[in-house]
Design a binder for this molecule. Sequence first.
Ligand SMILES: [Zn+2]
Ligand SMILES: [Zn+2]
Length: 369
Amino acid sequence: MSVTGAILDDGEVHVVDDIAIDEPRSGEALVDLTTAGVCGSDLALLEGKFPFPTPAVLGHEATGVVRALGPDTVGPEPGTRVTLWMRPPCRRCRSCTRGEAGLCEASGFMSAKGTLLDGWTSFTRGGEPLYRGFGIGAFATQVVMPVNGLVEVPDEVSTDVAALVGCGVATGAGAILNVARPLPGDTVLVFGAGGVGLAAVMAAAAVGAGHVIVVDPAEHRRDEALELGATHAIPGGDRREVRAQLTEATGAGTVDVAVDAVGRPELIETGYSAIRQGGAVVAVGLQPPDAEVTLKAPVLPLSHKRILGCFMGGIDPQRDLPKLFAMHLAGRLPIDRLVSAHRPIAEAAEALDDLANARGLRTLIDLTR
Ligand SMILES: [Zn+2]
Ligand SMILES: [Zn+2]
């Protein structure tokens, strides 16, 4: 059977309908994809900001329905709705056995190398292998996935929400719930009101943060953040300007937690200056390869300030995605409100262009038409 998908080749997006896909092997499942979200990392691949092998099927934030399991494989049965996760925990390495499946050593390379666990990709075109965007390749009508990279979706959860939970939402919400862990009443500062930042805003509001302040230069994004649970929205600027805007907004120039959902070193520095003694700055956004952070070292021991790295929200998919679905169904994570457009797979390039030009919040690609 041939698969329709959007591939990145020679720096351009091509939608093709002649991708060959392998049968699932032991430990794998074949999934009919229904919906994929367009994430900033897809755009980074297209813009060449990230070294990645090509030609590659783009996309890594998706949901679908299991069609078949490989031989001798225990996993979600055919017909089960699932969310895909790019870092399937092996449950055996040091990270997994320490309860840090988000750092699984066995599957970590999948997203960087664009392959399955053993280096194969399951996709070919004209006899040549096609790589998998961040280990998945979800802008396609079908994909083969390790079963540990699949999480069952409750019936009540919409397909749009099931897709968005597969990367950006989990990254932003996980940064708050797993890493920053603000207490009720705390003040949380979030740099960036894109998909990841807004998920952090929603999660901070959900855990009862007192003030949730979002920093974004785009007025329409600040307005969205205020709708989704931010108590204040400021345009930002240099360190002094942010501190002044904070003081004007909340009466205090410091915060308990600062989250960089953008991925710029100066935002980590600004966050470090804005957190109180004992507070934490959480670095979530992927940084440019040569980025470096400069901090006043004498402040660190005296202030107990903490700098925390956070990759994909520290998410263990089987442990955490059901919690995010439950929070959504309880009305505490209005993930569906991030969706601004749906496009067919034929318009994959336009969907990436929506993101490049900050049109709307999240464009979803419909893989059933
Ligand atoms: Zn992503
Ligand atoms: Zn592992």
